[in-house]
Design a protein around this ligand. Structure first.
Ligand code: ADP
Length: 287
């Protein structure tokens, strides 16, 4: 069943001013419950503007966002409720932290949603566990945490609201490779249990190819491509013409294939590449 349907969505900044700028233009798509959608595109292609329309942070200039079949702007006064259902973690979410303890920060969303103290406590602790934040840190000030911990605390604050749709704008930006992989694995673990819908904006083609069911490619405000990672990254020339790249391992495997090595198309991860190369060597009796 589709949970989000976007119909002819457009957004223009500074309408009727000399700075008028079309940021999103006529984007339509339908997303099923439980899908993970990767969102890629060059800087300025409209990704942030698009995701901010999913939870009503900005109102479309034209077009609609339907959540479970209803236009989120049907009752403008209730738009705040949409933010509990579509949770958004911004780029550098640590700036979303503001309270004097991590616990209070994470509990802000569920408290506003009207849960009892007991339910709030359960949600805070669960969310902290999902993002790998130890109980001990809940009593600390968010400002005393390390960069990675702040990131986790901010994500936990959104997860604690138990949103049906989770939007993550560059959740691993600025983390070291180990922290990046760990956080991504934890997000996917959460997704596996909660089975909610996720939009994830990322510059990392490796991350996107690993976790997304489908990939949206935005270019100059338009939705240029929408397909599985495998089909998207098979179109190297088109991807590169939009200032993007395919995962490095995909490129290496394609180069080998062009040079006559008998490998399949659409290898997206190092693990997959390893498997295919070992298979090939075995077939050829080399190992
Ligand atoms: P992305 O997230 O892909 O980098 P954005 O959605 O941030 O893209 O931006 C899309 C376009 O809208 C860009 O040309 C950008 O300069 C412009 N834009 C973004 N925010 C604003 C704003 N607050 N005012 C005016 N123009 C903006």
């Amino acid at each position: 069943m589709s949970i989000i349907e976007v119909k002819n969505l457009s957004f223009v900044y500074g309408i009727d001013t000399p700075f008028e700028k079309k940021a999103v233009e006529d984007v339509s798509l339908s997303v099923d419950e439980g899908e993970v959608i990767g969102l890629i595109g060059h800087t300025g292609s409209g990704k942030s503007t698009f995701v901010q329309m999913l939870n009503g942070l900005i109102k479309p200039t034209s077009g609609q966002v339907l959540l479970a079949g209803r236009d989120i702007w049907e009752k403008p006064k209730e738009i705040r409720n949409i933010r509990f259902k579509v949770g958004m973690v911004f780029q550098y979410p640590e700036y979303q932290l503001f309270d004097d303890t991590v616990y209070k920060d994470i509990s802000f969303g569920p408290r506003n949603k009207g849960y009892s103290e007991k339910e709030i406590d359960e949600k805070v602790r669960n969310a902290a566990r999902f993002v790998g934040l130890s109980e001990r840190l809940l009593k600390e000030s968010p400002f005393d945490l390390s960069g990675g911990e702040k990131r986790r605390a901010a994500i936990a604050g959104i997860i604690a609201m138990d949103p049906d749709v989770l939007v993550l704008d560059e959740p691993t930006a600025g983390l070291d490779p180990k922290g990046k992989n760990l956080l991504l694995a934890q997000i996917m673990q959460y997704h596996k249990q909660r089975k909610n819908t996720i939009f994830i904006v990322s510059h990392s083609m490796e991350d996107i190819s690993r976790i997304a069911d489908r990939v949206m490619v935005m270019n100059k405000g338009r939705l240029e491509m929408l397909d599985t990672p495998r089909n998207i990254f098979a179109q190297v020339e088109k991807i590169e013409s939009m200032g993007l790249r395919v995962p490095q391992i995909t490129k290496i495997m394609m180069t080998l294939k062009e040079r006559g090595v008998n490998l399949p198309d659409g290898i997206l991860t190092v693990e997959q590449a390893f498997f295919e190369v070992v298979n090939l060597l075995k077939k050829e009796g080399k190992i």
